[in-house]
Design a binder for this molecule. Structure first.
Ligand code: ME8
Length: 506
């Protein structure tokens, strides 16, 4: 069986997660679910990034130990992912002993090979971003180029990773593997970053202790980014899963952390003698009025409140449909409500409701054997299959929003098929019984196919449609590419509303 390994970043438990974080995890989940649907053996990993000075300081300020501070926040992450129907196979906490052991092992391996050495670090550190910067990299106010907050001058004995040694090998790898960094804009940025020259990276600190100790030198803790990226191999190493899933197929990350994933992490892997991940996909940000959502800006949207109000599937649909992967996308409550009303309540909800209602009313819920039917019937069936095939192509190419749009185009076609064939008229004419049976059968089949195709985006809606159609919950993409799987005497269920319309006050 072919395998597929996808990861999200591990999130900082420093602030409450917002809908931007849920965006990243939802994309990864949709891809993971699609791959399972297509028959791959999938491993999907997410987690929490718990070490570092910032966490230690915040915990101290609250009179807690770092773990006392992060434990409930990490529980909140896990709850949130459940609410969002996230199907991760494992969850790595960097504070877990299993992770600490792997980080120390990799550190030792690289130190033994000579690419980690001890030196003196004097430099500029941004605590909120856990990033070191040189004078040249600071913004025009002398602040962190990422978050634009002041940096601190630090000077201490430290371990260094010989990153400079890997510049040429990285450039070569990036040039020989065009798919390594996606999209191209990020790839070009990274190429010019490396061409400006790479400095060795300071990878330990002595000024605080909330982190993984350097092996045999416990005064030092390992730099949080060196620690964090290793999470991607923590659950695999020293078991057969390593062979099976490494190198990872996709590290999905936000655009501002592409540098850590395409330069530092691959260089670490080269130094440790391990293969590099196949792809790093840098997605854009979810913005509100053009500004990245962040707690300090006060423009965050709380995902829990949103799920309580609209349900996870509606939000997943919105995020996957509205935002082209790789570009920034705007989150707006009005746009969300519009999508729910037009696409979910109207297009999808009505198609299911009308279809089941008519099968109940005209054929006592029983599908009758279809015949070849009219040209219109044939064209409709062909369109269902073409849609499923094109969907597979788009999903394999990770063009998620195009795939969603394609399915909704077909849902629109199915609604139009009802208007064109007018089953209520056919039902009045005894001579049209067999054509009525064809139309109702084709509609039920098209809904069965739609339930497979939307499963990666809206898993619970897919399930509800299948319950109403009374088809098994087991999902396979191959079943969406075959028309006519419903038995001729199949009995469907009663229609139930999928999405209530949301009333908006004028
Ligand atoms: O960076 N829109 O953690 P993090 C889209 N711990 N994505 C967003 C977003 C937004 N408005 N805000 C944040 C870290 N994200 C590190 C990762 S991985 C080894 C270590 C995304 O909690 C962001 O782009 O600050 C990033 O990919 C992810 O959330 C985690 O952010």
């Amino acid at each position: 069986m072919e395998t597929f390994y996808i990861t999200t970043p591990i999130y900082y438990p420093s602030a409450k997660l917002h809908i931007g974080h849920a965006y990243c995890t939802t994309i990864a989940d949709a891809i993971a679910r699609f791959k399972r649907l297509a028959g791959y053996e999938v491993f999907f990993l997410t987690g929490s990034d718990e070490h570092g000075q910032k966490i230690q300081r915040t915990a101290q300020a609250q009179g807690k130990t770092p773990l006392e501070y992060v434990d409930p926040i990490v529980d909140g992450f896990k709850e949130l992912w459940k609410l969002f129907h996230i199907s991760n196979d494992d969850f790595i906490r960097t504070s877990e002993p299993r992770h600490e052991a792997v980080v120390q092992e990799i550190f030792k391996r690289i130190r033994d090979s000579g690419d980690i050495y001890k030196g003196e670090y004097t430099g500029l550190y941004c605590t909120p971003c856990e990033s070191y910067w040189t004078e040249l990299q600071l913004d025009e106010h002398g602040c962190c180029p990422d978050c634009h907050r002041p940096v601190e001058k630090v000077s201490e004995e430290a371990y260094f990773f010989r990153l400079s040694k890997y510049a040429d090998a990285l450039l070569k790898h990036i040039e020989e593997h065009p798919e390594f960094i996606v999209p191209t804009s990020r790839r070009n940025e990274m190429i010019s970053f490396i061409k400006r020259g790479l400095e060795d990276l300071c990878i330990s600190r002595t000024s605080f202790d909330w982190g993984i100790p350097v092996p045999d030198d416990r005064r030092h803790v390992i730099y949080v980014w060196f620690d964090a990226v290793i999470n991607y191999i923590t659950p695999l190493i020293h078991n057969p899963d390593m062979e099976k899933f490494w190198p990872a197929d996709i590290h999905l990350v936000g655009k501002e952390i592409v540098r850590f994933h395409t330069i530092i992490w691959p260089a670490m892997l080269m130094a440790a003698g391990m293969p590099l991940p196949k792809q790093i996909y840098g997605h854009g940000w979810l913005v509100t009025d053009g500004d990245k959502m962040s707690k300090s800006k006060g423009n965050v949207v709380d995902p829990v409140a949103l799920v309580e109000e609209f349900g996870a599937d509606a939000i997943r649909y919105f995020l996957l449909r509205e935002i082209t992967l790789g570009l920034d996308g705007n989150f707006s409550r009005d746009a969300l409500i519009q999508r729910i009303n037009a696409d979910l309540a109207n297009d999808l909800g009505n198609l299911l409701h009308r279809t089941l209602n008519m099968i109940g009313k005209f054929q006592q819920k029983i599908l009758l054997p279809p015949t070849e039917g009219t040209d219109l019937d044939k064209a409709f069936r062909a369109e269902a299959i073409d849609t499923a095939r094109e969907y597979r192509r788009l999903m394999e190419a990770i063009q998620l929003s195009d795939a969603v749009k394609l399915v909704w185009k077909f849902i629109g076609r199915a609604n139009k098929y009802i208007d064109e064939t007018m089953p209520w008229k056919l039902a009045k004419d005894a001579a049209q019984r067999s054509e009525l049976a064809n139309v109702l059968y084709n509609l039920a089949e098209s809904l069965r196919i739609v339930s497979v195709l939307i499963a990666p985006f809206m898993p619970s809606t897919a399930q509800r449609i299948r319950e109403q159609l009374k088809v098994p919950q087991e999902l396979r993409l191959d079943d969406a590419e075959t028309f006519g799987l419903l038995a001729a005497n199949h009995e469907v269920g009663k229609p139930e509303q999928l999405f209530p319309r949301i009333l908006v006050e004028k």
